[in-house]
Design a protein around this ligand. Structure first.
Ligand code: NAD
Length: 444
């Protein structure tokens, strides 16, 4: 099928590459000229495992093309995806500016019937707004009788495994009131639905809400475990043992119940906020969601409290090695990353940071530039050199097996503040390392 995707971010680019790999002919549009120029040279501007070879292969076979020319894209696609950002507005609601701009752009160039599919995460009722925006633009140019459908097809990929998630989705939700549009999307996704069990067709509002419900449920699990971890810290219990104890109950399960220093990224924080705002506008008091958010804000500062309890509130003259900048492993994304809150608080208290991340160093440089108090180091070992303590903010695989010798000889003092509970406290205590983590007793 001929497909057009507006937006070449984490969602649009991955979706486009995966659809092209399955045999569809895909054109991607972005307003960011630099991004499109890089993509046309085969350079992928984000890190996502498996994405670069997919883009390269489909670019050279021309099943995947990139352009800033919206008309070319609109002419090409019988199905047109909107996969642009929906950042939080000032009041926390989703800012639909980019989504509605794309809707108007589609209408401006539309010469025949199209299926417009919204993949961005948007509040309930957005499909109606997209429909109105297209209709009013068509009316303006005297093309009001052109037929089109608007479908909600929320995306559930996870950064860090986005390609694998799109290749083998858990489910594909199609929200539509049009049988023809549903059939077209079933055909589009047939390569990913070989056993006919993945596609769920539903009404548009349920599809729109399902995406928020999914992210808010996941954020709730994280905040719940973080609250349990603080209680565990106070009573001297071990949250890791609690996790195993409860995860074995199939009604709870092991997924997503790790304590840590809070969730980040471009989705959970903004989607929890957006649903809180939506609820408020509907006179629903979002009691659970408000607590989920508050707990997360507190959790991002949790490690700093332990650092200050150890070194005192004034950290001037202290240097901290920081392993992990990305908001989670296998991505270079630092949007709303707990590492940022940590670094900024350390700087406020006069400390310096020597940071290492396997993928997010360029992104960190882009965000903070060259500044006092931040040194980006080429390896995890060089980040340790002469530091007063090591802080771990992201659970990258390469941090998980500790090289005790490298840590103790690199650091000035053998102290670790682990925001991801990577190590066995007993083993570290035996190695003479003062080990602080989240919700696990410190062994002096
Ligand atoms: P992103 O910020 O990485 O990318 C958005 C892209 O859209 C940018 O390249 C931007 O230049 C482009 N854009 C903006 N306006 C445009 C326009 N008028 N025409 C063409 N391109 C335009 O965003 P993302 O992370 O890919 O997220 C996109 C949407 O998908 C959001 O609503 C997000 O909540 C949702 N989502 C994201 C994830 C994720 O893990 N990142 C997962 C599921 C859903």
């Amino acid at each position: 099928m001929n497909v057009t995707v507006f937006g070449t971010g984490y969602v649009g680019l991955v979706q486009a590459a995966v659809l092209a790999e399955a045999g569809h002919k895909v054109i991607c549009i972005d307003i960011d000229e630099n991004k499109i120029a890089s993509l046309n040279k085969g350079q992928v501007p984000i890190y996502e495992p498996g994405l670069a070879p997919l883009v390269e292969r489909n670019l050279s076979s021309r099943t995947l093309q990139f352009t800033t020319d919206a008309k070319t894209g609109v002419d090409h696609g019988e199905i047109i995806f909107i996969a642009v950002g929906t950042p939080p507005d000032e009041d926390g609601s989703a800012d639909l500016r980019h989504v509605l701009t794309v809707a108007r752009t589609i209408a401006e160039h539309m010469g025949e019937s199209k299926i417009v599919v919204n993949k961005s995460t948007v509040p309930v009722g957005t499909a109606d707004k997209v429909r109105e925006a297209i209709k009013s633009e068509l009316d303006k140019r005297g093309a009001g009788d052109l037929a089109f459908d608007v479908v909600s097809n929320p995306e559930f990929l996870k950064e860090g495994s986005a390609v694998a998630d799109c290749m083998r989705p858990d489910r594909i939700i199609i929200g539509t009131d049009s049988k023809e549009a549903e059939e077209a999307l079933r055909e589009l996704y047939a390569p990913f639905n070989r056993n006919h069990e993945k596609i769920m067709a539903m009404d548009i509002k349920s599809a729109e809400l399902a995406k928020y419900a999914a992210n808010c449920m996941l954020a709730t699990k994280i905040s719940f475990m973080n609250e349990m971890a603080e209680i565990a810290d106070r009573v001297g219990a071990d949250i890791e043992q609690v996790r195993q104890g409860i995860g074995s109950d199939p009604r709870i399960g092991y997924h997503f119940i790790y304590a840590g220093i809070g969730y980040g990224g471009s989705c959970f924080p903004k989607d929890v906020k957006a649903l809180i705002t939506t609820a408020g506008k509907l006179d629903v008091t979002p009691e659970i969601l408000a607590s989920v958010e508050q707990r997360n804000e507190r959790q991002k500062r949790y490690l700093l409290e332990k650092i200050c309890a150890h070194f005192g509130d004034d950290l001037s003259g202290k240097t901290f090695a920081l392993w992990g900048l990305a908001f989670k492993p296998n991505t270079d994304d630092m949007r709303e990353a707990p590492s940022r809150v940590l670094m900024e608080q350390l700087w406020q208290r006069g400390a310096r940071v020597q940071a290492f991340d396997p993928q997010a160093m360029e992104e960190c440089q882009r965000i903070y530039g060259v500044r006092d108090g931040l040194q980006l180091c080429g390896t995890k070992e060089s980040a340790l050199a002469g530091a007063d303590a090591l802080i771990i903010a992201t659970e990258w695989q390469q941090f998980k097996a500790i090289d005790v010798e490298a840590v103790t000889s690199g650091l000035k003092n053998p102290v670790i503040f682990d925001g991801r509970n990577l190590y066995d406290p007993k083993q570290l205590a035996r190695s003479g390392i003062d080990y602080y983590c989240v919700g696990r007793p410190r062994i002096p």
